[in-house]
Design a protein around this ligand. Sequence first.
Ligand code: SF4
Ligand code: SF4
Length: 204
Amino acid sequence: MPYKFTFDLSKVPRFFFTEIALISYQKGMHKTFLKKLQKIILKFRIQEATGLNLSDSLVLLQDLIDLQAVNMIERGKFLQTKKRALFLPHCSRKYMDNRCKAVFDAKIPSYTCAHCSPDCLVNKADYLARKKGYDIYLLPGGSCIPKILKTSRYEGIVGVACGEEMKIMGPLLNSMDVAGQAIPLIKNGCANTIFNMETLVKVL
Ligand code: SF4
Ligand code: SF4
């Protein structure tokens, strides 16, 4: 499920995400959490950078913080895992039309990148993760995940998606005792979306 609004955090300073990591760690320890969120939104001029109003900025920031908090909690368990997969969103492909040569296999169900464009984010992520021994799935949507998890019993999953999709994936991984690490999109919109490659390298 996409957000009801679009955002692009790709031009927001990297330090914003460091601050999110910090506040995720502190979450629950402070009653002033909401005030802190608002302060961060003002400090990094998120409304100006994204065109979002305060309440949408709060929703987005709250999701990013929740994901970061879950990542921290799950990190130890994830590091113990051996059989891992990377779930990539189809919306991060360079092309959304037939110039993308990825092949869809309905039996899995997933696309497989055909590496047609060296500068495609999905291609780069696929290359990195494959080198590290991950299986790669390029997903048209979160509804493909249950079947994949039932067919191949992974111990650890790294998932790239927008926060809304992650909210669906999280409980599913939990129920199957799979350790998850989430990489949120920093630009959504269901086409030409962006995730941070540096973050992916660190998480993998
Ligand atoms: S590199 Fe892969 S995902 Fe990207 S456009 Fe080509 S086939 Fe599609
Ligand atoms: S932005 Fe991408 S991951 Fe999120 S709902 Fe749209 S297609 Fe799915």
